[in-house]
Design a binder for this molecule. Structure first.
Ligand code: PMP
Length: 461
């Protein structure tokens, strides 16, 4: 029976009457015969720092940064102040035929901090839209140069780029893709450099080089029909926080260049310090042709995305009107001033404070706290790249045999952690930490304790 004094209960009732939640089988929110919901539904009243508070005043440590958006903590005062100041000047204006300071200044600043060679910024309002734009730009770039045979994309197996139809087409996560497969473009899939797939005795670098060889073979066979390779640099996030050696990116860059194929770096999840450097592409020193940013771009405060392109790409569209080479893509909220102002505050924070140095210490602490889990009989691997730690739970760590998906082991971990006041939202059976950068020592200790319990809860018979 729902507690009649619970504000949560009242809000859940109203929620279920009108909302259809993302990435959710709504039936899982129904109350089952045992009086509980398969997946709890939590109405959140407020947030501060690394914590969310529900309508009944219970607190949850946001260990996944609210789908990897929240960088410095919720309601970070620097971002709040930037948003409030911008509200006093300009709320929104269309960006076709008009410009404004936040969009211009943010573009200038993004181009200063991203890898060399990127010269123009095209805005969108979410990650999937940025992916759609990049795919269209890549195709259209070749077409404007007369290369009309280039109509295909190469994507990596296990990659994820969003769930609109174009983005889903280059996503290789069956859970999201399979149903819609008849509607989707068919990409060429190159092997993932995922170090979890290393052969016995093979290190991460050799595993990456082997995958790069697979890419070279694919491009040797089909390169002249390919527009672009799209990938998530260093960590394939939604595909299970699978991590790879930076060498893969330099090899992929070379292979693309040899075949006239553009390289699209989707840094939507890994950008803004998640991998240890401001952008993942910095680690191998690779400059992509198109770079995609969203999520952390506004520190998790407002929706915004940016597609950064080289001058060469921009120039392929720049011509007299009659040539019909223009890129006529648009979204109503392109370059929203409020979101751009908050994003500028994010960049100011990185420029003015030693965030990456601070994160190095936090990441070292995360490594130490996660290390004991490597010995767990149901943990096949604990891996880390910068501020991302992932724990691969399996039926048998020795053979790496997975649990049957229908057992929903990750869900058990999720439920356990929530009951203990921690938001850990596994990807299948992979538990991971991707906390806001303000996370403190005590919070990390709580996270480690609850994660260990959650692994036990998930893996018990
Ligand atoms: N690319 C990557 C790498 C992502 O992780 C995501 C979102 N998880 C997207 C694209 C899509 O972004 P959005 O959810 O804002 O559409």
């Amino acid at each position: 029976m729902a507690d009649p004094t619970s504000r949560n209960a009242a809000w859940i009732h109203r929620d279920l009457a009108v909302l259809w939640h993302p990435c959710t089988q709504m039936h899982d929110h129904a109350v089952g015969p045992d009086g509980t919901r398969t997946i709890p539904l939590l109405p959140i009243a407020s947030a501060q720092g690394a914590w969310l508070t529900d309508m009944d005043g219970r607190r949850y440590l946001d260990a996944v940064s609210s789908w990897w958006t929240c960088l410095f903590g919720h309601r970070d005062p620097r971002l709040v102040a930037a948003l409030q100041a911008q509200l006093d000047a300009l709320d929104h204006v269309l960006l076709a035929g008009f410009g404004h300071a936040p969009a211009i200044e943010l573009a200038e600043e993004l181009l200063r901090v991203t890898p060399p060679g990127l010269a123009k910024v095209f805005y969108a309002d979410n990650g999937s839209a940025a992916v759609e734009i990049a795919l269209k730009l890549a195709f259209h770039y070749h077409r404007n140069r007369g290369a009309t045979r280039r109509t295909r994309f190469v994507a990596l197996s296990g990659g994820y780029h969003g769930e609109t139809l174009g983005a889903l087409a280059v996503t290789d996560v069956p859970l999201y893709r399979e149903t819609y497969a008849p509607l989707l473009l068919q990409p060429l899939l190159a092997p993932s450099p995922d170090a979890y797939l290393a052969a016995p005795g093979e290190d991460a670098e050799h595993c990456a080089l082997r995958a790069a060889q697979g890419l070279r073979e694919l491009l040797a066979a089909h390169g002249d029909t390919v527009c672009a390779l799209i990938l998530e640099p260093l960590v394939q996030c939604a595909g299970g926080m699978r991590m790879h050696h930076p060498r893969y990116l330099s090899e992929a860059r070379k292979a693309c260049d040899e075949h006239g194929v553009l390289l699209i770096a989707d840094e939507i999840a890994v950008g803004f310090g998640r991998t240890g450097t401001l952008f993942a592409c910095e680690q191998p020193g690779v400059s992509p042709d198109l770079m995609l940013l969203s999520k952390g771009l506004t520190g998790g405060m407002l929706p915004l995305a940016a597609v950064l392109a080289t001058q060469r790409i921009y120039d392929a569209f720049y011509a007299e009107h009659v040539t019909r080479k223009a890129f006529l893509h648009s979204h109503s909220y392109t370059g929203n001033p409020l979101a751009c102002a908050v994003a500028r505050a994010v960049l100011r924070t990185f420029a003015g404070e030693p965030i990456l140095e601070h994160n190095r210490a936090t990441a070292a602490r995360m490594r130490d706290l996660a290390a004991p889990l490597t010995a767990h009989p149901h943990v096949a691997q604990v891996r880390q790249t910068g501020m991302i730690v992932a724990i691969e739970t399996v039926a048998d760590a020795r053979t790496r045999r997975s649990f049957p998906a229908l057992e929903r082991r990750g869900l058990r971990a999720y439920r356990h952690a929530l009951a203990r006041g921690v938001l850990l939202r596994p990807l299948g059976d992979v538990l991971y930490w991707m906390p806001p950068y303000c996370v403190g020592e005590d919070e990390l200790a709580l996270l480690a304790t609850v994660t260990a319990e959650a692994v036990d809860a998930a893996c018990a018979d």
